[in-house]
Design a binder for this molecule. Sequence first.
Ligand SMILES: [Zn+2]
Length: 650
Amino acid sequence: MNKGTLYLIKPFPFLFMLIIKGTGLVAQHGDYPIQPVPFTAVTIEDNFWAPKIKTNHEVTIPYGFMQSADRISNFEVAAGLKTGNFSTDYPFDDTDIYKLIEGASYSLHYFPDAKLESYIDSLIEIVGKAQEPDGYLYTTRTIAEKNGTKPHEWSGDKRWVNEHILSHELYNLGHLFESAVAYYQATGKKSLLNIAIKAADRIDQDFGWGKIEDYPGHQIVETGLARLYRATGEERYLNLAKFFLDVRGPGGEEYCQADKKVVDQTQAVGHSVRAVYMYAGMADIAALKNDPSYIQAIDKIWDDIVTTKTYVTGGIGASGGNEGFNGAYNLPNETAYCETCASIGNVYLNQRLFLLHGDAKYIDMLERTLYNALLSGVSLSGDRFFYPNVLRSSGSQERSEWFGCACCPPNVTRLIPSVPGYFYAINGDKLYVNLFAQNTAHLTVNGNPVELKQNTSYPWDGNIEIIVNPAIRKTFTIMLRIPGWARNEAMPGNLYRFTDSDKRTSITLTVNGKSITPEINKGYAVITRSWKNDDKIVLSLSMTPRTITADPRVKADSLLIAIQRGPMVYCAEGAGNGDKVLSLQYHPLHMPLIARFDPNLLGGTEVIETTATEETGSNTRPVMLIPYFLWNNRGKSEMEVWLPIQTPRP
Ligand SMILES: [Zn+2]
């Protein structure tokens, strides 16, 4: 991934030392105690993620560039390559190009593609020409200055003056930093990285204590700068990221989390994408600066999100009005916002909290969000997208071809190919196995190369076989995540619970055929042994469909039942059910829920059969439930996650 440019020479839990080749620069810093195994070390060989990564490459990325021709045109005009005006709706439209380049960078690892790479090189050349000589990069203002007109009305008369309100100048650059590092790591080419460095130096000269003391209205520059710091070792970028957190609040808008100092915040408020990007930035700075005050704040905020503000699909942000969080337990289903970007940010946040704390509850949330609220954001075909992801539809919604505000689809392109990077992590002699799918990984535990192979049909099947092949027979610990849903915990906290939690849950675990009952620590089975070639762990998780009820304070889910099987939340969809599912009463509590695999439906999926009664009559009829993320791949249709139930008869 790094093409030999960054050498990690001395890993131990809290301190990493990097030598940056060619610069002679040595950066010494802390980082997350747990380090993720990069996606480049994990080869997915399954029928679930591998096709999605392929579709992302073959359809979504080229389609995204095609849909973004007007954004590219903005860069061309700013670059002086043609005349014209800023031709799109929002000053942050530059980010769509950065996000697509980031997604394409990851994708190039799986599908080396000279044509795509050369196309990106040509885009980077244009971006470089659109950058002003002093490093400032923001097409709407540069175009306006060339034309002697005004920039976008959100931009302010001068650079940065509207930054904490609407200009999104730093938001644009945050995405530039993310994509620049991704492209550099994918190709070894520094073209975009140099543009990013020049822009970061511009910000560093303009912002800081005693300079412009202002914060970004839309966060992401914090994680972007942290990433740029990791790639370059330039401490100023890390300090700048910390500055943008510390200068925020009090007295600003709750909408953009500026009503309080970030370390004093205890609840998730405001625009949900801004919020989770900021919390992810706080986690990064907490790790890199070893600052516990950020950790205490984000731990409280996480508790607030998980216990009062998360949908059963893992989606967050209940209200379209502020594109963000409602008050506690206010989780309407038909008007649920659950922006796809917020789910992506929720994955980023939970991964970072796992890397800080080593607790599987964060991966439980990551998995729930990933397989449900997030994947719902893109169609199976890869070219239709949800922005909000509702949990109930009267049939009026369908995925869109694109959006005027197109934040979500390019965000999907960068998330999908990085999914294999969430599977494994290392802390000293501990190897964390977090997610499950057929894959082969090559990683290093305490200096010992280890090949790990998972054989499984997860998420459809709960049998997971893990073959361990260390280069040298050595003792180390495999921390094997036992998902919360398999331990009778519908979700961390008590917002949702299984109604059938008295049912015996079956988890079996063997090593080389012998049953073991290891210590369970923070949701992980702790398996320490002297591992040798072909050692085999088999984990079997019960995939019985489960019924879920919400905390009674969630009025929208009152007297309703949701169905989950493994990590998947299910829904009833009109398609395949006579176009009618909203007016039924379901019988999941007193009739068996039958799961079966249908290889011909929606790319191959496990479906659940249940029965329901028409409200007006007594005729009972079968209803087929499908995984929530698969809905609306067969045209417009009614859909419901939370099912009205018929009172169980004795
Ligand atoms: Zn979005």
